[in-house]
Each structure stands twice: as structure tokens, then as C-alpha cells.
Design a protein around this ligand. Structure first.
Ligand SMILES: Cc1cc2nc3c(=O)[nH]c(=O)nc-3n(C[C@H](O)[C@H](O)[C@H](O)COP(=O)(O)O)c2cc1C
Length: 201
């Protein structure tokens, strides 16, 4: 069983990474193979809206997202982590979400993977981030795990927050327990390329 943590913070050793490390440590303690991927120093371009992936399930943009696509597909569970930047997730985190449009292809889907979220902020905007990831989880037909958030400006702040550290530990263990459930989205509703939700004529 593989659990992948993805930090969307440009900081290599910031709060987001510390939160993911705590959750992944717990997952590893319960027997999972874990990996932490950080966007720090990586080249992840925005989606250019070409829609080529509708046909191929692949993205033509040759950047570090190509490696991340394979890591995401190979994981049983993914924990997304982001700091709040201007009341939203970071540009890098949003680029990963947008580039995930390729996973609408039925043969390269995130459906049935367990998805947790960790987020941190100095003061305001956490709810926006958690809401956006909730939409993502629904759109990609994943099984939601806990969403853990913290007001912390540095990893030292975080480590003093006993309840938060416990919640992160719980998230790591919960990921394993949920993967073991073997969640299967009804195949007739696993969508291929195309729209769903609200429609006009
Ligand atoms: C460009 C920028 C914008 C930010 N905007 C917000 C914000 O809107 N709300 C907030 O509470 N914190 C904001 N912060 C603070 C970060 O969310 C906070 O420092 C967080 O702990 C950073 O996480 P990291 O160490 O994982 O990068 C901002 C920080 C930066 C650098």
C-alpha cells in the first residue's frame, strides 16, 4: 500500500511539509510505503486548456508534472498539503489540481483512491482551501479522509500544537484504514471525459 504526500508549498521545510511528515510517519508506522513529494524547486506549469488529454489521457506539457502524474496514479492514497496564499491555495497547488484534468480519462483515473488534506495559514483563508479540495475529491471520485488545518507560521509553532499533531497522526492511520476498505465507486458513474453536474440546454 502506497501513500503519497504532496506539498504545494514553495518552502522546502515549512509547515506544510512538517504536517505531511507527521501524517506519513503514522501511515508508515501502520505498514504503508510512503513518499513525500514537494513542489519546491520543481517546474509545474499551469494547464493550457488544450483538451488534448481528452483523447489520450496524457498531457503534452513536458515538465515535472509528468513524474508526479505517475506517482499519483501509483498511490493508493494521496494527502494534499498547501499553505494559504492570499485566501487560497498556492499557485503550485492549483496548477496540480488543474493539470489533474487528465485523470478524467477512465484508464488513468484517481477514482477510488483515498484523499486527505492538510493546510496551514497565518490567519485567514483555510476554509476556502478545504472547500476547494472537497470539490476536487468529489470531481475525481476519491474517498475523503480527514482534512487537518493549522494556524502556524513555522514548523516549531506546529510542533507545539498537541491536538493538531494528534490529528495529523490520526489522518495517517485513517488513510491506511480507508484504503483497506477497498472502496469502489460504482463503475457506471466513473466518468470519462466530459462534463457532469449543473447543465443548461
Ligand atoms: C505570498 C503569501 C501569501 C500569504 N497569504 C496568506 C493568507 O491569505 N492568509 C493567511 O492566513 N496566511 C497567508 N500567508 C502565510 C502562510 O500561509 C503561512 O506562513 C504558512 O505557514 C506557510 O506555510 P509553509 O511553511 O508550508 O510554506 C501567506 C504567505 C505568503 C508567502
Amino acid at each position: 500500500m502506497k501513500i503519497l504526500g504532496i506539498s504545494g508549498s514553495p518552502r522546502k521545510n515549512g509547515v506544510t511539509v512538517a504536517m505531511l511528515e507527521e501524517a506519513l510517519k503514522a501511515a508508515k508506522g501502520d505498514g504503508a510505503e510512503v513518499e513525500l513529494y514537494s513542489v519546491s524547486g520543481k517546474n509545474i506549469q499551469p494547464c493550457d486548456g488544450c483538451w488534448g488529454c481528452r483523447e489520450t489521457g496524457k498531457c503534452h506539457i513536458r515538465d515535472d508534472m509528468q513524474e508526479l502524474y505517475e506517482k499519483m496514479l501509483g498511490a493508493d492514497g494521496i494527502i494534499f498539503g498547501t499553505p494559504v496564499y492570499f485566501y487560497s491555495m498556492t499557485a503550485q497547488s492549483k496548477a496540480i489540481i488543474d493539470r489533474s484534468i487528465i485523470f478524467g480519462h477512465p484508464e488513468r483515473s484517481l477514482a477510488n483512491k483515498v484523499c486527505g488534506v492538510v493546510a496551514c495559514a497565518g490567519s485567514l483563508g483555510l476554509a476556502n482551501v478545504l472547500k476547494d479540495y472537497s470539490y476536487y475529491i468529489i470531481q475525481r471520485q476519491m474517498l475523503p479522509a480527514f482534512q487537518v488545518s493549522a494556524y502556524a507560521m513555522g514548523p516549531d509553532n506546529l510542533r507545539e500544537m498537541e491536538k493538531c499533531m494528534k490529528a495529523l497522526n490520526d489522518l495517517g492511520r485513517q488513510m491506511i484504514a480507508l484504503v483497506k476498505l477497498g472502496f469502489k465507486y460504482p463503475t457506471e458513474f466513473v466518468r470519462g471525459p466530459g462534463a457532469f453536474g449543473t447543465h443548461t440546454r
